[in-house]
Design a protein around this ligand. Structure first.
Ligand SMILES: [Fe+2]
Length: 177
């Protein structure tokens, strides 16, 4: 009797999981959005570390530390994005070699000026912000509040980064021009 109760519970759990997953199944837009932002987070983490190592000049300390902070904050989004995909079902990214193909942000250009680094970082942040806002709306349409919450929180990380990067690009004192 204990066995049959266990089986009933297992059957019920499977049915519930299927019901919850039907709106955001593995080949659906919610999973594709999560996978794209996971790939973007990996590329941005690499970019911010690259800038962290490449900065030079009178603003070295500030920019060196700033880019390390941006890298850490993006890194903290990677595991929740990947595990959200896993909760829904599929592999977060079936083939890691595909990450740069899935990502919509560009990999950092080597050997550039400080201003170009910040402009490149700002452009990439804007891409992620635009996509995460759309992805949150899409997850809402697919009745997935967990994914809506994830994108709603993480878009704020990139919005803050974009604000900082944008304000550093304001011309005035000539330090990063
Ligand atoms: Fe470092």
């Amino acid at each position: 009797m204990g066995d049959s109760k266990f089986l009933n519970r297992e059957t019920a759990a499977t049915a519930a999981a299927e019901e919850l997953s039907q709106e955001n199944r593995g080949d659906g837009i919610v999973v594709r959005d999560l996978q794209r932002q996971l790939a973007n987070a990996f590329v941005l983490f690499g970019n911010y570390k690259h800038y962290h190592w490449q900065v030079f000049g009178p603003l070295f300390r500030d920019l060196h530390e700033l880019f390390d902070q941006l890298a850490s904050e993006v890194l903290a989004t990677i595991d929740p994005l990947a595990e959200r995909v896993r909760m829904i079902g599929p592999d977060p990214v079936a083939d890691p070699i595909e990450w740069t193909n899935i990502a919509s942000v560009s990999v950092a250009t080597p050997h550039t000026s400080l201003r170009y680094m910040i402009e490149e970082a700002d452009q990439n942040a804007l891409i992620v912000i635009r996509e995460m806002r759309m992805a949150a709306c899409s997850a809402e349409e697919h009745r997935d509040p967990g994914t809506v919450d994830l994108f709603a929180r993480f878009v704020q990380v990139h919005e803050k980064h974009e604000w900082w990067l944008r304000d550093m690009l304001r011309r005035g004192d000539g330090l990063v021009t």
